[in-house]
Design a protein around this ligand. Structure first.
Ligand SMILES: *Cc1c(COP(=O)(O)O)cnc(C)c1O
Length: 447
């Protein structure tokens, strides 16, 4: 076990990126984003975090706030006005921080991250990464294939955030029968440069297929990258909303994060390292309890993923754990993060109780976090603010929400529009050969 403290240092100037598995080679952000995975199979992590806090403007729009925060990370590769334009076009939506009143959630805040086009927080990372990839690649003639495994929300956010950029082809893998109807509609909506593949397997199988494609020799002529949270381009923009929330509060909050692959948690811990005021984190997991078990026992057990009503968090072995272990010591993780594993019954009961006590209609992923807040408050003497990251709009999981609360969530127009669009999907066996054929076709087919 490693207990050497932060390896991440605080310094001025844009960071370089190194692999979680070896630190002798460094990469620029554009290289790290277009490679996706490091050449040795590790994940990219920054070798330092710029002290972004002092540069942050108060009382600004989210997009302005975002560009100030990202500038120290991007300034060596993009001009300041380019960074501002990227942020304005990536984040044209609101990011409300809502205070709840009543019951066990009195005075707790919900940070609504679902006002983007596909109604989940994944729009932040995907829209920014799509634009970064587009600007870094703009004078290249080769196609970039973006591979993405999804348990639901990633795929639609990436399809929407990346579609139509010149030279970018997105291939989405999702587990057959394991995403909600609305999620599937969002995934298979026909878009330019996007191919949706329904895989006969679980999310972990999709993720394994993606990882295997990266080390497949037959695919070495293909410029391949990933838009999962294994891509560092997704994580950096996710720091922004944590800092945005803390800038509106008088005291440092505890952040409660509905977690699966731990990308969101990693972004939060990185923001803390950059100077964001925080009193700690809660890792709110469903029955997939890899990380809460680690925080409690210091040991990890990889298991098959278990299916739950918060299906975007059904991850047996979270990939960003590898990042957390390199960026922070075990002690650091255990001291700053409290983990909970929440059952489906508790999730449904929380949906109902929160609605009754506060009038707030949450989605099942947010409910896993709200249940964790209740447990955290019962066992800790922390009296400061708690910010719950709300990762999806309840209408995306309308059946589960209605079953638990008796209330059908209001249906946003941007979802309604989806029901009439043309769809397209390929069914794949859980085998590398079929995926390889699709990748080669998309990379080299003309037209
Ligand atoms: C992806 C997702 C999560 C989990 O986020 P990670 O970064 O993988 O931990 C939580 N809630 C929703 C709605 C999601 O789509």
């Amino acid at each position: 076990m490693d207990d050497t403290g932060y390896r991440l240092t605080l310094q001025m100037g844009a960071p370089r990126y190194i692999s979680t598995r070896s630190s002798n080679e460094t990469f620029t952000l554009s290289e790290a984003i277009s490679l996706g995975l490091a050449p040795d199979g590790g994940l990219f992590v920054p070798d330092s975090i710029p002290d972004f806090l002092q540069a942050l403007p108060a009382g600004q729009k989210f997009s302005k706030f975002a560009s100030s925060l990202l500038t120290p990370f991007l300034c060596e590769e993009l001009a300041e006005y380019e960074i501002e334009d990227l942020c304005i076009s990536a984040f044209p939506f609101v990011v409300p921080l809502i205070q709840l009143h009543g019951g066990a959630w009195d005075d707790c805040y919900v940070l609504e991250l679902f006002h983007g086009p596909t109604l989940s927080f994944k729009d932040f990372g995907a829209r920014m990464m799509g634009r970064l990839l587009g600007s870094f690649n703009c004078d290249d003639t080769r196609k970039t294939i973006v591979l993405v495994a999804t348990s639901g929300d990633t795929g639609s956010a990436v399809a929407d955030g990346f579609a139509g950029f010149k030279g970018v082809e997105v291939i989405i893998l999702y587990p057959a029968g394991q995403v909600s109807k609305i999620q599937e509609q969002q995934l298979i909506a026909k878009r330019p440069g996007v191919t949706a593949c329904k895989v006969e397997g679980a999310f972990d199988d999709c993720q394994k297929l993606v990882k295997a494609a990266f080390i497949d020799d037959a695919l070495s002529p293909v410029r391949l990258t990933s838009a999962n949270s294994i891509n560092i381009g997704r994580l950096l923009p996710q720091m922004i909303y944590y800092v945005w929330a803390s800038s509106q509060l008088k005291e440092p909050p505890v952040y409660c994060v509905p977690s699966g692959n731990l990308g969101n948690m990693t972004a939060g811990m990185m923001a803390k390292k950059g100077g964001m005021p925080s009193a700690g984190f809660i890792a709110a997991h469903n029955a997939n309890r890899f990380f809460p078990d680690f925080l409690r026992t210091g040991k990890t057990v990889s298991r098959e993923s278990v299916r739950t009503i918060s299906n975007a968090m059904d991850v047996g072995a979270p990939s960003n754990y590898e990042r957390l272990k390199v960026l922070f010591s075990d002690r650091e993780l255990m001291d700053h993060i409290t983990g909970y594993s929440v059952t489906d019954a508790q999730t449904a009961e929380t949906l109902k109780q929160v609605y009754r006590a506060t009038g707030y209609l949450a989605d099942p992923h947010t409910a896993v976090a709200l249940h964790s807040v209740e447990r955290f408050r019962a066992q800790s003497d922390f009296k400061g603010p708690i910010v719950v990251l709300s990762t999806a709009h309840p209408a995306k999981f309308a059946t589960a929400v209605e079953k638990a609360t008796g209330v059908l969530p209001p249906f946003p127009d941007r979802l309604r529009a989806l029901q009439s669009v043309e769809t397209e999907v390929i069914t794949l066996q859980n085998s590398q050969d079929q995926l390889r054929a699709v990748i080669l076709d998309r990379a080299f087919a003309t037209g």
